[in-house]
Ligand binder design. Structure first.
Ligand code: NDP
Length: 287
């Protein structure tokens, strides 16, 4: 017997999630503010509730995937959450997740927070590598692990309700740094007779080759010794900064993306950390 569940929110992500549960044979009750989006799923076997409250009443396991935390508040305001296992896959901050967990507990519900590391086309495609971070009571996660693993992978990251969001935002922040670096790289060749499509595979391979450096960083943060196993020390790297800034200037490219990182490297060097790795920049960021 497949666990029956309720899903509130049938946007791009909610609809993708819903299809996988229906395809796997889970009895599914859905609700969406705009009813038309639910009708499409009714044809695939979903039970469509008239209201969010009715949808919540239908099953113990209630998953919400709405636009933001404010919409979660709005949608669940009129529902009786007593005895529900609420799983919130709406993206938010760690503080919002923690507050939402307390809010749910006050209303008699158990609460898991989720951070989706996938885009809708990756849902239901195990080989896509997508997954959802979960945080909250571990026994609650274990109880629903099988059902939650239907749409995509699962990674449990701790009892603190805010940890799923924190991991989500941490990974996406690193992604934006990576996009920023790639943007600068493409800008450098923009006015030249170099096909961006010839740079792209080089960039992709280089980013992958450099990615394992994060393990090294983690080891240094653990030991507190930022000179441990240093390959390219800060003094050498700071000496190279003019090469990057001058090249940018010569290519007519703004240094506004790379500049702040270089500034932090220089500040760390000025503190006398020339023999260290760039790991010390992290300490400058943490206020
Ligand atoms: P969509 O914009 O496609 O859908 C938003 C959903 O929220 C719709 O069901 C919408 O209802 C509903 N909604 C918005 N405001 C309200 C409200 N005030 N009251 C009731 N319902 C409301 O977003 P997604 O489905 O793509 O995203 C859902 C969540 O998943 C977000 O938190 C997003 O950050 C997260 N996510 C999305 C990813 C993506 O690539 N799409 C990737 C990872 C996470 P209606 O149909 O009536 O407008």
């Amino acid at each position: 017997e497949k666990t029956p569940l309720t899903l509130l929110g049938l946007g791009a992500m909610g609809t993708a999630l819903a299809r996988t549960w229906l395809a796997a044979g889970h009895p599914l009750t859905v609700w969406n503010r705009t009813p038309a989006r639910a009708e499409a799923l009714a044809a695939d076997g979903a039970e469509v509730a008239d209201s969010a409250a009715a949808a919540v009443a239908a099953n113990t396991l209630v998953v919400v995937c709405l636009l933001d935390d404010a919409s979660v508040e709005e949608v669940l305001a009129g529902a009786d959450l007593t005895g529900r296992d609420l799983v919130n896959l709406t993206t938010g901050t760690p503080a919002q997740a923690r507050a939402r967990a307390r809010w749910a507990q006050e209303r008699g519900a158990r609460y898991l927070d989720g951070g989706i590391m996938a885009v809708p086309p990756m849902i239901g495609v195990p080989e896509s590598g997508g997954y959802v971070f979960y945080s909250g009571p571990e026994e609650l996660f274990e109880r629903h692990r099988e059902t939650l693993a239907v749409p995509t992978g699962t990674r449990y990251v701790g009892e603190d309700a805010g940890f799923a969001a924190l991991h989500d935002v941490a990974l996406l922040s690193a992604m934006y740094g990576m996009f920023a670096g790639a943007s600068h790289a493409f800008a450098l060749i923009r006015k030249e007779d170099i096909d961006p499509a010839s740079l792209a595979p080089l960039l992709a391979d280089w980013i992958v080759a450099m990615a394992p450096a994060v393990h090294h960083t983690a080891e240094q943060l653990r030991s507190g010794d930022y000179t441990q196993g240093v390959v390219s020390n800060l003094a050498m790297q700071v000496a190279g900064i003019p090469t990057f800034l001058n090249t940018a200037e010569q290519q007519g490219v703004s240094p506004e993306l790379l500049g702040p990182y270089f500034e932090l490297m220089r500040r760390r060097l000025a503190e006398g950390s020339g023999e260290e790795d760039v790991t010390g920049v992290i300490d400058l960021l943490v206020r």
